[in-house]
Design a protein around this ligand. Structure first.
Ligand SMILES: N[C@@H](Cc1c[nH]cn1)C(=O)NCC(=O)O
Length: 495
Protein backbone atom coordinates (compact mmCIF):
# COMPACT_ATOMS: atom_id res chain seq x y z
CA UNK A 1 0.00 0.00 0.00
CA UNK A 2 1.42 3.36 -0.94
CA UNK A 3 0.37 6.81 0.12
CA UNK A 4 0.23 9.60 -2.38
CA UNK A 5 1.61 12.33 -0.07
CA UNK A 6 5.01 13.62 -1.01
CA UNK A 7 7.62 14.54 1.62
CA UNK A 8 9.78 17.29 0.19
CA UNK A 9 12.78 18.56 2.17
CA UNK A 10 12.29 22.11 3.30
CA UNK A 11 8.57 21.73 3.04
CA UNK A 12 7.08 21.94 6.54
CA UNK A 13 4.79 18.99 5.90
CA UNK A 14 1.86 20.45 4.04
CA UNK A 15 -0.17 17.40 5.04
CA UNK A 16 -0.06 18.67 8.60
CA UNK A 17 -1.05 22.19 7.53
CA UNK A 18 -4.49 20.89 6.76
CA UNK A 19 -5.06 20.29 10.47
CA UNK A 20 -6.50 23.81 10.71
CA UNK A 21 -9.09 23.15 8.07
CA UNK A 22 -9.93 19.85 9.79
CA UNK A 23 -10.98 21.88 12.82
CA UNK A 24 -13.69 23.40 10.59
CA UNK A 25 -14.68 20.05 9.15
CA UNK A 26 -18.49 20.11 9.15
CA UNK A 27 -18.52 16.31 8.99
CA UNK A 28 -17.45 16.46 12.66
CA UNK A 29 -20.47 18.64 13.56
CA UNK A 30 -24.21 18.08 13.76
CA UNK A 31 -24.41 18.80 10.02
CA UNK A 32 -23.44 15.16 9.42
CA UNK A 33 -26.80 14.04 10.84
CA UNK A 34 -28.72 16.26 8.33
CA UNK A 35 -26.47 14.80 5.72
CA UNK A 36 -27.27 11.23 6.90
CA UNK A 37 -31.01 12.01 6.89
CA UNK A 38 -30.81 13.13 3.26
CA UNK A 39 -28.60 10.17 2.30
CA UNK A 40 -31.07 7.71 3.88
CA UNK A 41 -33.93 9.06 1.76
CA UNK A 42 -31.81 9.17 -1.40
CA UNK A 43 -32.67 5.50 -2.16
CA UNK A 44 -36.14 5.42 -0.56
CA UNK A 45 -37.93 5.95 -3.90
CA UNK A 46 -35.58 3.46 -5.58
CA UNK A 47 -36.39 0.60 -3.16
CA UNK A 48 -40.11 1.47 -3.23
CA UNK A 49 -40.39 1.23 -7.02
CA UNK A 50 -38.06 -1.80 -7.37
CA UNK A 51 -40.74 -4.09 -5.93
CA UNK A 52 -43.76 -2.35 -7.54
CA UNK A 53 -44.15 -5.26 -10.02
CA UNK A 54 -44.17 -7.97 -7.34
CA UNK A 55 -46.74 -6.07 -5.24
CA UNK A 56 -49.00 -5.69 -8.32
CA UNK A 57 -48.10 -8.91 -10.17
CA UNK A 58 -51.62 -10.18 -10.94
CA UNK A 59 -52.92 -6.75 -11.96
CA UNK A 60 -49.92 -5.98 -14.17
CA UNK A 61 -50.15 -9.37 -15.87
CA UNK A 62 -53.82 -8.65 -16.62
CA UNK A 63 -53.42 -5.00 -17.63
CA UNK A 64 -50.42 -5.58 -19.90
CA UNK A 65 -51.62 -9.02 -21.00
CA UNK A 66 -48.24 -10.63 -20.31
CA UNK A 67 -47.05 -14.13 -19.33
CA UNK A 68 -45.16 -14.99 -16.12
CA UNK A 69 -41.95 -15.08 -18.13
CA UNK A 70 -42.60 -11.59 -19.52
CA UNK A 71 -43.42 -10.47 -16.00
CA UNK A 72 -40.07 -11.89 -14.81
CA UNK A 73 -38.36 -9.86 -17.51
CA UNK A 74 -39.42 -6.69 -15.65
CA UNK A 75 -36.89 -7.76 -13.00
CA UNK A 76 -34.28 -9.35 -15.27
CA UNK A 77 -33.99 -6.23 -17.39
CA UNK A 78 -33.18 -4.36 -14.17
CA UNK A 79 -30.65 -6.91 -12.86
CA UNK A 80 -28.51 -7.96 -15.81
CA UNK A 81 -27.20 -4.50 -16.80
CA UNK A 82 -26.26 -4.15 -13.16
CA UNK A 83 -23.66 -6.87 -13.42
CA UNK A 84 -21.63 -4.28 -15.36
CA UNK A 85 -23.06 -0.86 -14.48
CA UNK A 86 -22.38 -0.48 -10.74
CA UNK A 87 -18.75 -1.33 -11.39
CA UNK A 88 -18.50 1.60 -13.78
CA UNK A 89 -20.90 3.55 -11.57
CA UNK A 90 -18.46 3.13 -8.67
CA UNK A 91 -15.54 3.97 -10.90
CA UNK A 92 -17.37 7.04 -12.23
CA UNK A 93 -18.19 8.06 -8.66
CA UNK A 94 -14.47 7.94 -7.78
CA UNK A 95 -13.49 9.64 -11.05
CA UNK A 96 -16.00 12.44 -11.57
CA UNK A 97 -17.09 12.87 -7.96
CA UNK A 98 -19.92 11.46 -5.94
CA UNK A 99 -22.20 14.52 -6.30
CA UNK A 100 -22.50 14.41 -10.07
CA UNK A 101 -22.92 10.63 -9.83
CA UNK A 102 -25.82 10.96 -7.39
CA UNK A 103 -27.56 13.47 -9.64
CA UNK A 104 -27.18 11.43 -12.84
CA UNK A 105 -28.19 8.10 -11.26
CA UNK A 106 -31.23 9.69 -9.56
CA UNK A 107 -32.33 11.10 -12.92
CA UNK A 108 -32.19 7.59 -14.43
CA UNK A 109 -34.25 6.17 -11.54
CA UNK A 110 -36.89 8.90 -11.75
CA UNK A 111 -37.12 8.93 -15.56
CA UNK A 112 -37.27 5.11 -15.60
CA UNK A 113 -40.27 5.06 -13.27
CA UNK A 114 -42.03 7.80 -15.28
CA UNK A 115 -41.60 5.75 -18.46
CA UNK A 116 -42.68 2.55 -16.69
CA UNK A 117 -45.84 4.22 -15.29
CA UNK A 118 -46.56 5.78 -18.70
CA UNK A 119 -46.06 2.39 -20.41
CA UNK A 120 -48.51 0.73 -18.03
CA UNK A 121 -51.04 3.54 -18.45
CA UNK A 122 -51.04 3.11 -22.27
CA UNK A 123 -50.91 -0.69 -21.76
CA UNK A 124 -47.65 -0.98 -23.70
CA UNK A 125 -45.39 -3.75 -22.39
CA UNK A 126 -42.32 -2.68 -24.45
CA UNK A 127 -42.54 0.88 -23.06
CA UNK A 128 -42.97 -0.46 -19.51
CA UNK A 129 -39.96 -2.75 -20.05
CA UNK A 130 -37.92 0.18 -21.39
CA UNK A 131 -38.79 2.10 -18.22
CA UNK A 132 -37.54 -0.75 -15.99
CA UNK A 133 -34.34 -0.93 -18.06
CA UNK A 134 -33.71 2.81 -17.66
CA UNK A 135 -34.41 2.48 -13.92
CA UNK A 136 -31.82 -0.33 -13.84
CA UNK A 137 -29.23 1.98 -15.44
CA UNK A 138 -29.29 4.15 -12.31
CA UNK A 139 -30.80 1.99 -9.54
CA UNK A 140 -27.82 0.06 -8.24
CA UNK A 141 -25.31 2.81 -9.04
CA UNK A 142 -27.38 5.22 -6.95
CA UNK A 143 -27.01 2.71 -4.11
CA UNK A 144 -23.23 2.63 -4.66
CA UNK A 145 -23.05 6.45 -4.66
CA UNK A 146 -25.10 6.55 -1.42
CA UNK A 147 -22.62 4.23 0.32
CA UNK A 148 -19.65 6.17 -1.07
CA UNK A 149 -20.86 9.61 0.11
CA UNK A 150 -21.79 8.28 3.54
CA UNK A 151 -18.33 6.67 3.82
CA UNK A 152 -16.79 10.11 3.11
CA UNK A 153 -18.72 11.68 5.97
CA UNK A 154 -18.73 8.90 8.54
CA UNK A 155 -15.80 6.78 9.52
CA UNK A 156 -14.46 4.67 12.35
CA UNK A 157 -16.91 4.68 15.20
CA UNK A 158 -19.98 5.74 13.21
CA UNK A 159 -19.67 4.19 9.77
CA UNK A 160 -21.63 0.97 10.35
CA UNK A 161 -24.37 2.87 12.17
CA UNK A 162 -24.65 5.29 9.23
CA UNK A 163 -24.70 2.55 6.57
CA UNK A 164 -27.14 0.56 8.74
CA UNK A 165 -29.48 3.59 8.79
CA UNK A 166 -29.26 3.69 4.98
CA UNK A 167 -30.36 0.05 4.66
CA UNK A 168 -33.05 0.55 7.30
CA UNK A 169 -34.74 3.55 5.66
CA UNK A 170 -34.30 2.08 2.16
CA UNK A 171 -35.90 -1.19 3.27
CA UNK A 172 -38.79 0.78 4.79
CA UNK A 173 -39.37 1.78 1.17
CA UNK A 174 -39.71 -1.96 0.30
CA UNK A 175 -42.10 -2.53 3.21
CA UNK A 176 -44.17 0.58 2.34
CA UNK A 177 -44.46 -0.72 -1.23
CA UNK A 178 -45.77 -4.10 0.03
CA UNK A 179 -48.44 -2.38 2.11
CA UNK A 180 -49.36 0.73 0.08
CA UNK A 181 -49.51 -0.57 -3.50
CA UNK A 182 -52.17 -3.26 -2.91
CA UNK A 183 -54.13 -0.79 -0.71
CA UNK A 184 -54.12 1.88 -3.44
CA UNK A 185 -55.26 -0.71 -5.94
CA UNK A 186 -58.08 -1.77 -3.60
CA UNK A 187 -59.14 1.87 -3.22
CA UNK A 188 -59.00 2.93 -6.88
CA UNK A 189 -59.19 -0.29 -8.89
CA UNK A 190 -56.21 0.90 -10.94
CA UNK A 191 -52.46 0.27 -10.71
CA UNK A 192 -51.57 3.61 -12.30
CA UNK A 193 -51.97 5.76 -9.18
CA UNK A 194 -49.59 3.54 -7.19
CA UNK A 195 -46.95 3.76 -9.94
CA UNK A 196 -47.15 7.56 -10.05
CA UNK A 197 -46.89 7.66 -6.24
CA UNK A 198 -43.63 5.75 -6.78
CA UNK A 199 -42.57 8.41 -9.29
CA UNK A 200 -43.38 11.13 -6.71
CA UNK A 201 -41.18 9.38 -4.13
CA UNK A 202 -38.35 9.21 -6.68
CA UNK A 203 -38.64 12.97 -7.28
CA UNK A 204 -38.48 13.51 -3.50
CA UNK A 205 -35.36 11.32 -3.38
CA UNK A 206 -33.84 13.31 -6.24
CA UNK A 207 -34.41 16.53 -4.26
CA UNK A 208 -32.67 14.92 -1.26
CA UNK A 209 -29.76 14.14 -3.62
CA UNK A 210 -29.50 17.79 -4.71
CA UNK A 211 -29.36 19.05 -1.10
CA UNK A 212 -26.91 16.27 -0.24
CA UNK A 213 -24.64 17.43 -3.05
CA UNK A 214 -24.84 21.05 -1.87
CA UNK A 215 -23.78 20.14 1.70
CA UNK A 216 -21.01 17.86 0.45
CA UNK A 217 -19.66 20.61 -1.83
CA UNK A 218 -19.61 23.02 1.11
CA UNK A 219 -17.48 20.55 3.10
CA UNK A 220 -15.05 20.12 0.21
CA UNK A 221 -14.68 23.92 -0.01
CA UNK A 222 -13.99 24.25 3.72
CA UNK A 223 -11.46 21.40 3.70
CA UNK A 224 -9.86 22.57 0.47
CA UNK A 225 -10.53 19.22 -1.16
CA UNK A 226 -9.84 19.56 -4.85
CA UNK A 227 -12.23 18.88 -7.65
CA UNK A 228 -11.41 15.40 -9.01
CA UNK A 229 -10.80 16.90 -12.45
CA UNK A 230 -7.97 19.03 -11.05
CA UNK A 231 -6.11 16.28 -9.23
CA UNK A 232 -2.66 15.25 -10.46
CA UNK A 233 -2.58 11.96 -12.37
CA UNK A 234 -1.00 10.13 -9.40
CA UNK A 235 -4.10 10.85 -7.29
CA UNK A 236 -6.73 10.07 -9.90
CA UNK A 237 -8.48 6.76 -9.63
CA UNK A 238 -7.62 4.33 -12.41
CA UNK A 239 -9.53 1.26 -13.48
CA UNK A 240 -6.32 -0.69 -12.93
CA UNK A 241 -6.59 0.19 -9.20
CA UNK A 242 -8.80 -2.87 -9.00
CA UNK A 243 -5.55 -4.84 -9.00
CA UNK A 244 -4.78 -3.33 -5.58
CA UNK A 245 -7.84 -5.03 -4.07
CA UNK A 246 -6.71 -7.71 -1.67
CA UNK A 247 -7.87 -11.24 -0.83
CA UNK A 248 -10.33 -10.15 1.87
CA UNK A 249 -12.18 -7.77 -0.47
CA UNK A 250 -12.58 -10.49 -3.12
CA UNK A 251 -13.74 -12.98 -0.49
CA UNK A 252 -16.28 -10.43 0.79
CA UNK A 253 -17.56 -10.28 -2.82
CA UNK A 254 -17.88 -14.09 -3.01
CA UNK A 255 -19.66 -14.01 0.33
CA UNK A 256 -22.00 -11.26 -0.87
CA UNK A 257 -22.76 -13.27 -4.05
CA UNK A 258 -23.97 -16.35 -2.14
CA UNK A 259 -25.60 -14.72 0.90
CA UNK A 260 -27.75 -12.40 -1.25
CA UNK A 261 -28.84 -15.42 -3.33
CA UNK A 262 -30.01 -16.98 -0.06
CA UNK A 263 -31.84 -13.84 1.06
CA UNK A 264 -33.07 -11.96 -2.03
CA UNK A 265 -33.60 -14.82 -4.50
CA UNK A 266 -35.45 -16.71 -1.80
CA UNK A 267 -37.55 -13.62 -1.09
CA UNK A 268 -38.54 -13.39 -4.78
CA UNK A 269 -40.01 -16.90 -4.74
CA UNK A 270 -41.10 -16.92 -1.09
CA UNK A 271 -44.72 -16.00 -1.81
CA UNK A 272 -45.21 -18.98 -4.10
CA UNK A 273 -43.11 -21.13 -1.73
CA UNK A 274 -45.44 -20.43 1.21
CA UNK A 275 -48.54 -20.92 -0.93
CA UNK A 276 -47.31 -24.22 -2.42
CA UNK A 277 -45.69 -25.83 0.62
CA UNK A 278 -47.72 -24.40 3.48
CA UNK A 279 -51.14 -23.57 1.97
CA UNK A 280 -51.09 -19.87 2.79
CA UNK A 281 -53.14 -17.45 0.64
CA UNK A 282 -51.47 -14.80 -1.55
CA UNK A 283 -52.17 -12.03 0.98
CA UNK A 284 -51.00 -14.12 3.93
CA UNK A 285 -47.81 -15.09 2.09
CA UNK A 286 -47.23 -11.42 1.22
CA UNK A 287 -47.50 -10.46 4.88
CA UNK A 288 -45.22 -13.30 5.98
CA UNK A 289 -42.47 -12.46 3.49
CA UNK A 290 -42.53 -8.74 4.39
CA UNK A 291 -41.33 -9.81 7.88
CA UNK A 292 -37.70 -10.17 6.70
CA UNK A 293 -37.31 -6.57 5.52
CA UNK A 294 -39.48 -5.16 8.33
CA UNK A 295 -37.15 -6.82 10.87
CA UNK A 296 -34.19 -5.39 8.93
CA UNK A 297 -35.66 -1.87 8.97
CA UNK A 298 -35.73 -2.04 12.79
CA UNK A 299 -32.49 -3.91 13.48
CA UNK A 300 -30.00 -2.57 10.90
CA UNK A 301 -29.24 0.74 12.70
CA UNK A 302 -29.03 -1.07 16.04
CA UNK A 303 -26.52 -3.61 14.72
CA UNK A 304 -24.72 -0.81 12.90
CA UNK A 305 -24.21 1.03 16.19
CA UNK A 306 -23.22 -2.16 17.98
CA UNK A 307 -20.56 -3.09 15.44
CA UNK A 308 -19.11 0.44 15.58
CA UNK A 309 -18.63 -0.19 19.33
CA UNK A 310 -17.42 -3.77 19.42
CA UNK A 311 -15.92 -4.37 15.97
CA UNK A 312 -15.92 -8.14 15.43
CA UNK A 313 -17.06 -7.61 11.84
CA UNK A 314 -15.92 -10.95 10.45
CA UNK A 315 -17.38 -12.87 13.37
CA UNK A 316 -20.72 -11.14 12.74
CA UNK A 317 -20.52 -11.90 9.01
CA UNK A 318 -19.90 -15.57 9.92
CA UNK A 319 -22.79 -15.52 12.40
CA UNK A 320 -25.21 -14.03 9.86
CA UNK A 321 -24.15 -16.56 7.20
CA UNK A 322 -24.88 -19.29 9.80
CA UNK A 323 -28.36 -17.81 10.56
CA UNK A 324 -29.24 -17.65 6.86
CA UNK A 325 -28.00 -21.22 6.28
CA UNK A 326 -29.89 -22.46 9.34
CA UNK A 327 -33.14 -20.97 7.95
CA UNK A 328 -32.79 -23.04 4.77
CA UNK A 329 -31.79 -26.17 6.71
CA UNK A 330 -34.98 -25.70 8.78
CA UNK A 331 -37.05 -25.36 5.59
CA UNK A 332 -35.36 -28.51 4.28
CA UNK A 333 -36.37 -30.60 7.30
CA UNK A 334 -39.87 -29.09 7.66
CA UNK A 335 -42.52 -31.26 5.95
CA UNK A 336 -45.26 -29.71 3.77
CA UNK A 337 -48.37 -28.98 5.87
CA UNK A 338 -51.44 -26.73 6.25
CA UNK A 339 -50.62 -23.25 7.56
CA UNK A 340 -47.96 -24.20 10.13
CA UNK A 341 -46.86 -21.37 12.44
CA UNK A 342 -43.15 -22.13 12.79
CA UNK A 343 -42.13 -21.12 9.21
CA UNK A 344 -43.17 -17.59 10.22
CA UNK A 345 -40.37 -17.69 12.80
CA UNK A 346 -37.96 -18.76 10.06
CA UNK A 347 -38.62 -15.40 8.37
CA UNK A 348 -37.78 -13.60 11.62
CA UNK A 349 -34.51 -15.55 11.80
CA UNK A 350 -33.83 -14.69 8.16
CA UNK A 351 -34.55 -11.03 8.98
CA UNK A 352 -32.09 -11.23 11.89
CA UNK A 353 -29.35 -12.79 9.75
CA UNK A 354 -29.98 -10.33 6.91
CA UNK A 355 -29.98 -7.31 9.28
CA UNK A 356 -26.60 -8.24 10.74
CA UNK A 357 -25.21 -9.02 7.31
CA UNK A 358 -26.44 -5.86 5.60
CA UNK A 359 -25.20 -3.61 8.38
CA UNK A 360 -21.77 -5.24 8.68
CA UNK A 361 -20.73 -6.50 5.24
CA UNK A 362 -21.13 -3.22 3.28
CA UNK A 363 -19.57 -1.24 6.11
CA UNK A 364 -16.46 -3.47 6.02
CA UNK A 365 -15.60 -2.54 2.43
CA UNK A 366 -14.10 0.94 3.11
CA UNK A 367 -11.57 -0.67 5.48
CA UNK A 368 -10.34 -3.07 2.85
CA UNK A 369 -9.30 -0.60 0.14
CA UNK A 370 -7.57 2.75 -0.29
CA UNK A 371 -9.95 5.69 0.32
CA UNK A 372 -9.78 6.87 -3.28
CA UNK A 373 -11.09 3.51 -4.53
CA UNK A 374 -13.99 3.13 -2.08
CA UNK A 375 -16.57 3.92 -4.79
CA UNK A 376 -14.96 1.41 -7.15
CA UNK A 377 -14.91 -1.24 -4.41
CA UNK A 378 -18.62 -0.72 -3.60
CA UNK A 379 -19.27 -0.89 -7.35
CA UNK A 380 -17.40 -4.19 -7.75
CA UNK A 381 -19.23 -5.75 -4.78
CA UNK A 382 -22.61 -4.56 -6.12
CA UNK A 383 -21.82 -5.93 -9.61
CA UNK A 384 -20.96 -9.33 -8.15
CA UNK A 385 -24.07 -9.22 -5.95
CA UNK A 386 -26.18 -8.54 -9.08
CA UNK A 387 -24.50 -11.39 -10.91
CA UNK A 388 -25.89 -13.61 -8.14
CA UNK A 389 -29.30 -11.91 -8.26
CA UNK A 390 -29.32 -12.41 -12.05
CA UNK A 391 -28.23 -16.06 -12.27
CA UNK A 392 -29.74 -17.17 -8.92
CA UNK A 393 -33.38 -17.07 -10.12
CA UNK A 394 -32.41 -18.90 -13.34
CA UNK A 395 -30.76 -21.73 -11.37
CA UNK A 396 -33.71 -21.84 -8.94
CA UNK A 397 -36.16 -21.92 -11.88
CA UNK A 398 -34.19 -24.70 -13.57
CA UNK A 399 -34.06 -26.84 -10.40
CA UNK A 400 -37.75 -26.28 -9.67
CA UNK A 401 -38.75 -27.16 -13.23
CA UNK A 402 -36.64 -30.31 -13.44
CA UNK A 403 -37.28 -31.95 -10.03
CA UNK A 404 -40.47 -33.30 -8.43
CA UNK A 405 -39.93 -33.66 -4.65
CA UNK A 406 -42.08 -31.08 -2.79
CA UNK A 407 -43.02 -29.49 -6.15
CA UNK A 408 -39.34 -28.99 -6.93
CA UNK A 409 -38.79 -26.97 -3.75
CA UNK A 410 -36.81 -29.69 -1.92
CA UNK A 411 -33.78 -29.40 -4.22
CA UNK A 412 -34.26 -25.63 -4.49
CA UNK A 413 -33.92 -25.47 -0.70
CA UNK A 414 -30.93 -27.80 -0.89
CA UNK A 415 -29.33 -25.35 -3.36
CA UNK A 416 -29.92 -22.50 -0.87
CA UNK A 417 -28.27 -24.59 1.88
CA UNK A 418 -25.22 -25.16 -0.38
CA UNK A 419 -24.95 -21.41 -1.05
CA UNK A 420 -25.15 -20.80 2.71
CA UNK A 421 -22.27 -23.22 3.30
CA UNK A 422 -20.16 -21.38 0.72
CA UNK A 423 -21.08 -18.21 2.65
CA UNK A 424 -19.80 -19.70 5.91
CA UNK A 425 -16.64 -21.01 4.21
CA UNK A 426 -15.82 -17.65 2.61
CA UNK A 427 -16.44 -15.88 5.93
CA UNK A 428 -13.96 -18.24 7.62
CA UNK A 429 -11.35 -17.44 4.94
CA UNK A 430 -11.90 -13.69 5.52
CA UNK A 431 -11.40 -14.29 9.25
CA UNK A 432 -8.10 -16.12 8.74
CA UNK A 433 -6.80 -13.50 6.32
CA UNK A 434 -7.88 -10.66 8.62
CA UNK A 435 -5.99 -12.22 11.53
CA UNK A 436 -2.89 -12.49 9.34
CA UNK A 437 -3.12 -8.83 8.30
CA UNK A 438 -3.54 -7.01 11.59
CA UNK A 439 -7.15 -7.88 12.51
CA UNK A 440 -8.44 -4.72 10.84
CA UNK A 441 -12.02 -5.89 10.33
CA UNK A 442 -12.42 -7.38 13.77
CA UNK A 443 -11.00 -4.32 15.49
CA UNK A 444 -13.31 -1.80 17.18
CA UNK A 445 -11.03 0.87 15.64
CA UNK A 446 -10.28 -0.48 12.15
CA UNK A 447 -8.62 2.75 10.96
CA UNK A 448 -6.05 2.60 13.75
CA UNK A 449 -5.50 -1.14 13.23
CA UNK A 450 -4.99 -0.61 9.49
CA UNK A 451 -2.67 2.32 10.06
CA UNK A 452 -0.55 0.37 12.56
CA UNK A 453 -0.42 -2.52 10.16
CA UNK A 454 0.57 -0.34 7.19
CA UNK A 455 3.21 1.71 9.04
CA UNK A 456 4.86 -1.46 10.30
CA UNK A 457 5.16 -3.21 6.94
CA UNK A 458 8.77 -4.12 5.98
CA UNK A 459 8.18 -2.47 2.56
CA UNK A 460 7.38 0.88 4.14
CA UNK A 461 10.33 0.66 6.53
CA UNK A 462 12.60 -0.07 3.56
CA UNK A 463 11.10 2.85 1.63
CA UNK A 464 11.73 5.19 4.57
CA UNK A 465 15.36 4.03 4.78
CA UNK A 466 16.06 4.32 1.07
CA UNK A 467 13.96 7.21 -0.22
CA UNK A 468 13.69 9.88 2.45
CA UNK A 469 16.20 12.68 2.91
CA UNK A 470 18.18 12.83 6.19
CA UNK A 471 16.27 15.78 7.71
CA UNK A 472 12.94 14.00 7.16
CA UNK A 473 14.30 10.76 8.68
CA UNK A 474 15.50 12.72 11.68
CA UNK A 475 12.09 14.35 12.08
CA UNK A 476 10.42 10.98 11.69
CA UNK A 477 12.56 9.38 14.39
CA UNK A 478 10.79 11.33 17.12
CA UNK A 479 7.72 9.55 18.58
CA UNK A 480 5.82 12.87 18.80
CA UNK A 481 6.31 13.54 15.09
CA UNK A 482 5.33 9.97 14.27
CA UNK A 483 2.13 10.38 16.25
CA UNK A 484 1.33 13.73 14.59
CA UNK A 485 2.00 12.30 11.15
CA UNK A 486 -0.11 9.25 11.83
CA UNK A 487 -3.05 11.31 13.10
CA UNK A 488 -2.77 13.65 10.20
CA UNK A 489 -2.68 10.85 7.62
CA UNK A 490 -5.72 9.26 9.22
CA UNK A 491 -7.57 12.58 9.18
CA UNK A 492 -6.63 13.09 5.57
CA UNK A 493 -8.04 9.62 4.89
CA UNK A 494 -4.79 8.31 3.48
CA UNK A 495 -5.62 5.17 5.44
N1 LIG B 1 -29.71 -4.60 -4.83
C1 LIG B 1 -29.96 -3.76 -3.71
C2 LIG B 1 -31.44 -3.60 -3.45
C3 LIG B 1 -32.11 -2.64 -4.41
C4 LIG B 1 -31.61 -1.49 -4.90
N2 LIG B 1 -32.57 -0.98 -5.69
C5 LIG B 1 -33.55 -1.73 -5.63
N3 LIG B 1 -33.31 -2.74 -4.84
C6 LIG B 1 -29.37 -4.40 -2.46
O1 LIG B 1 -29.48 -5.59 -2.28
N4 LIG B 1 -28.76 -3.60 -1.62
C7 LIG B 1 -28.26 -4.06 -0.35
C8 LIG B 1 -29.36 -4.36 0.62
O2 LIG B 1 -29.11 -5.15 1.55
O3 LIG B 1 -30.47 -3.82 0.48
Amino acid sequence: METSSEFTPGNDFSVLDKEDSNKNDISKTRVRYYMLFLACFLCFGNYFIYDNPSALQTQLEDDLDISSFEFGMLYSIYSFPNVILPFFGGYLVDMMGVRIGIFIFSLFVTAGQAIFAFGVSIKSYPVALLGRGIFGCGGESQNVAQSAIVSNWFSGKELSMALGMNVSISRLGSVLNDVLEPALFEATGSVILGLWVGFGLCVASLVCGVFLGAIDKKRDRILGIQDKKLLPDSEKVKLSDIKTFGFSLWMVCVNCFVVYIDVSCFNNIASNYYQTRFDYSTQESGLIISITYAVAAILCPIFGKLVDKIGRRVILIMFSACCVTLVHVLFLVTPDSHKPVYPIFYMILLGLGYSIYASVMWASIPYLVEPKTIGTAFGVATSIQNLGLGVGPLIVGYIKGSTKKEDGYYWVTFFFVMMGLVGIGSAISIYINDMRTGGVLNSHDPRQARENCILSTPQLKKKVDEDLPENVKKWLSSPTSQKALRQSLVKQQHF
